[in-house]
Design a protein around this ligand. Sequence first.
Ligand SMILES: C[S@@+](CC[C@H](N)C(=O)[O-])C[C@H]1O[C@@H](n2cnc3c(N)ncnc32)[C@H](O)[C@@H]1O
Length: 820
Amino acid sequence: METFDWDALETEELSQATRAAVSPVASVEATARSRSPSTGSGAAGAEELSFNAGDFPEEDVREWYVSYERVAVRASPQLEGEVLGVLARGRVLRGILYHWETIPWLKVKLEDVNGGPLAAQEWRVELPGAVLRRLHGTGTVEVKELPVGSLLYGRPCEDSETAQLKTRQGRVNRYEGGKEVLKRLPDRFAWILVEADHLGLGALLQPLVDHCDGSDGNHVAEPSENLKETRAVQLRRVRDRGLGLFAMQKFEQGDCVLGDRPFFRRPSFAQLRQQKLFTKSFREKFEQIKVPFTRGDEVQSHIYASASMLRSAVSFCGASLMAQQMILELHHPPLSSEHPLVRVCGAVAKLCRAQLPACRDMQEELLQRAILSIEMNMFVGECCFLMLSRMNHSCFPNVVYMSDKKQFRALRPIQRGEELLHSYLGRELLLPTELRRRLLWRSKCFECQCERCVAQEDPMRTVACSCCAEMKEKYQVVFDPGIWLRADPSLQGKQLSFLTVGTGLQGKGVMKNNWLQVEAKVGCGWVLLDGRSLVPPLRHMLCVRVDANGQPCCDSFDGSPLPTWPGRRLWHAAASQLLPPDDVQTPVADDETEEEAFARDVLNDLRLEHMLPCAAFEEGSARCSFDVGTGTWQCGSCGQQAEASLLATERLLGRLAERTFFSPKMTPALGNVSGAAMNMGANLKMVKRLFVRQAFELSGACAGVLGHRHWSVQWARLFLVDLVISRLSYGTGKGRDLGLLMCQALQELWSWLKTLHLSHDPSCFLLTRTLEAQRLLGSDPDPDVREQLQRLQALSSSCTKQVDILPLRPLIIDGSISFQ
Ligand SMILES: C[S@@+](CC[C@H](N)C(=O)[O-])C[C@H]1O[C@@H](n2cnc3c(N)ncnc32)[C@H](O)[C@@H]1O
């Protein structure tokens, strides 16, 4: 789509504005008087139109916004009035409504609409001695002396030792010998036609109304009666959120709700690098910018200055005046905010201004606000919009942004009066509430209050019910020659029967200090599970869990889960298929980082009693839902609460999962990547073997402690799918077995996403992978593979994908392919 050329417009507009501004003020008044102002009737009851400078009573000023594509700002309230500027749809203005021969006009301060804090103002030379100077090398040269009474158009520039006025022609000192040489003239006013029904255009401006959601008994705001809304979308003020966009008509799923043209594009870092702006000393100082970020009782981290902030600073300074003003008008936190991002942007602005010639002339505070504003309002594709940027966020959005078309489409039917909400998050939508809110607070400085974030239950944190599964759990006596079945859970308990090694037992779901209540052929009673709890300890398990086929799932020596335990089975199989045997078995790698060592310790220390029973992994096993308010899990089937200690374990595993699956660590580039490898796609990432092994161990721990429905396990599955797709595409591998693992993981992911009732169809996250899996395995004659493919086909053919939220990540394991 073509971008509107704001620069071209501004040149034209500014030259006209300059002409108007330097012409005598009286000429505007004369024009107005000639149209018999006494015929007008102001919105606030003004009987006469007056264009005198001071006539702008604050009590009559209201907020408006431009609802037509573009509107002209004129020197007088008449269609022939000189055009001083053009405003785009979405601009918000403060002005007073007047009627001029029944036609409504809005009176605005010219400075407000034509540059805002950056606007050039009108100045007059008051005393002799004003000299226009041009910059020359490191100093200035005198151009000419300006006679008393000359009018100038420019902006004060306070950064030099002497206060100056910066005009297009050069600079003029504002004070000489302590006296004011230049005097600023009062504000000028301009006019904008509010409604153009008589021209067949309808409303051009709309009053900015407050939105009432009805919760306080008020009606949902409707368009003003006088000014009928002709647009499908309206801008309103929303409590605690600034502005927001609202539907003025019904939309069906898939309808285009709103499109816009970007007014600003941020250049890529490569483009900036070409300008050789950044010196070594700049870089060093830049890299030191960081501010601590703490939230609640979470571990403290830092917010660092980012390269995108630099790009914002430089591109803002190089943007047209109009674009600069529009950026500053977009929503951003006040500079008084305590949010660390505000301080980081302040430090970046200060550094840029001090060290980059491109930013030297910009006021520090404006630059800080600009960087913040761009951070808050940037869209995919590095664009800023006027209208689209007013859309608020929800983790349960009703519209989705299509970056190729630069428009929003309805994700579901939308009613008239509903707020239009899109998600600022992409794949992060698949994170639990706590993490989503943290991310939004960190990057966009607000506490999300959407229905997903304030819901009592967080389905992302659903875990398997250990109690229910325990009821179905099977055990086997492994201690030779056998153990006693006792009437009570104690060594003093009456001996009921001797159970010989190999005896099968059915768990009753009750465990007390390592004593398990069981049902044996001979009757009910208690057995001790772990011999290590005896005094002196036996250093051996007495009974271990067995799966549905009677196969032991735990090591008979220390009770640790075997690869056959359902919690680990998939991940052990994945590691064996994708990693060389040495990597699966080696306990500690030489090049282990501190972070990796920490993760290993966490996994080793995981308490065995948290490990779920085998039955927890069976189809349809009971689940515990997470209550966000109390931080507890409760089973929907047996009503039992999970152990309180599970919360800390789940948080720890979640933190590791976030680091591991959400932002997989990449191995630094390994030598030269040959042309053949380049064909594999620009985003090919290489992951360390050790990292993959640990990731699978973590996957097993997450699944084994939390069950198959927890978000961390889903991210582990996505990681597995991406690894397998990459392996089947680019490397060598046992295609059939890997293919089966991938198909199963994909199906589980589809079924999980369906249970979440998200706004987006599961295909927005999974279709690319599913189609890729079908393509890669399409020619495999194996009947098991064909059956899996048919299931995937059924999923992919019945979906309504609108966007690709989670693009495929080609992840190559270090050493698994050759670049020769
Ligand atoms: C891109 S702007 C959206 C439009 C903005 N409300 C305005 O007045 O222009 C993003 C900012 O809007 C606010 N915001 C957006 N969604 C919100 C939400 N769900 N809850 C609270 N504030 C929100 C935040 O201050 C955020 O930084």
